[in-house]
Design a protein around this ligand. Structure first.
Ligand SMILES: [Zn+2]
Length: 308
């Protein structure tokens, strides 16, 4: 990382005598965001998920996170708007995505949260690994590393999720990310094939497989030589739940529009989050943890949750 050392050196020289606090090129803390597409909270509870349990044990969890806002809830309950809210921190009237056509998208004014990190910390290293291609095509920006793993069907996504976990672990072992987004698609695909419900064995099994992927990523994270001093915050959530074999039009269905949010790490609060939480809180929590000063002109809809 000669490049970054050099940058840091220049920054520290340039900043001598300048107003303190606004010269650092990289944040002191770090964030790992894990997205599990289409994961129902009751199925997550029913599945055996030791890796995710370890995150909950070392953090805070909300089990009533709303994927639609109080202020604005007219988008469909599908992945396009869901991941847009999850990654930009604003509702669909701002990011403009109401369905999976991505028509009306406005990521120029309401970009991926990596953009806000880079604004404050230009040398922060950002990584995005996803296998639902539209996230990478449409939403991701300001990523130093972004990879897409095209997949089809539940089995295809299961295969690619495993590759994503392997690559994420490798990046955590050999690279130096400050913010990393890892996305797994197989749970949603399995729900569409067999049903979104805790009584569907293959759906639970898909969640358990994702948990084993999460385990690999966490093992690599916890093995980083400076793991303790890097103050990693791990955030886990989803874009929607499901009912039957779909999840569209779920505005009044809690099994679709009410989900979970895990906030874990040494800087996280411990125990259940009792206050209301929304999907747009996730990127705001990441930004606040990283020390990004929130500009009101960004018009973010979320608030930080689950931090100490
Ligand atoms: Zn989805």
């Amino acid at each position: 990382m000669r490049f970054f050392c050099h940058l840091t050196f220049i920054a520290s020289v340039v900043c001598l005598g300048a107003v303190s606090g606004f010269c650092e090129q990289t944040p002191e803390r770090r964030v790992l965001v894990i997205g599990i597409d289409g994961c129902r909270r009751d199925a997550l509870q029913a599945a055996k998920t030791p890796a995710l349990d370890s995150l909950v044990a070392d953090g805070a969890m909300s089990e009533s996170t709303q994927i639609l806002g109080k202020r604005y809830r007219f988008n469909n309950t599908v992945s396009g708007p869901g991941w847009s809210s999850f990654l930009t921190g604003v509702w669909a009237d701002k990011h403009g995505v109401h369905d999976n056509s991505f028509k009306g998208k406005n990521y120029v004014d309401f970009p991926h949260f990596f953009a806000r990190i880079k604004q404050r910390f230009p040398a922060a290293r950002t990584v995005s690994l996803v296998d639902w291609e539209p996230i990478d095509t449409h939403i991701v920006s300001h990523a130093d590393v972004h990879k897409v793993y095209p997949a089809e069907g539940a089995d295809g996504y299961t295969e690619q999720d495993a590759v994503i976990a392997r690559d994420a672990a490798e990046i955590l072992a050999s690279d130096d990310p400050h913010a990393m987004m890892v996305y797994f698609g197989a749970v949603d695909e399995t729900g569409h094939r067999d049903g979104f419900h805790p009584s569907v064995a293959s759906y639970l099994s898909a969640i358990e497989t994702v948990d084993s992927n999460v385990q690999k990523v966490l093992a690599a994270l916890r093995s980083r030589p400076n793991y303790k001093s890097e103050h990693w915050l791990v955030l886990v959530s989803t874009d929607h739940g499901g009912r039957g074999t779909s999840h569209g039009g779920g505005h009044d269905l809690p099994e679709i529009n009410t989900t979970f949010l895990i906030v874990s790490g040494s800087d996280a609060a411990k125990g259940p989050i009792e206050s209301p939480t929304e999907l747009v809180d996730l990127p705001m929590t990441a930004l606040v943890h990283l020390g990004v000063t929130i500009d009101p002109n960004w018009k973010l809809d979320g608030k930080p949750v689950g931090l100490r």
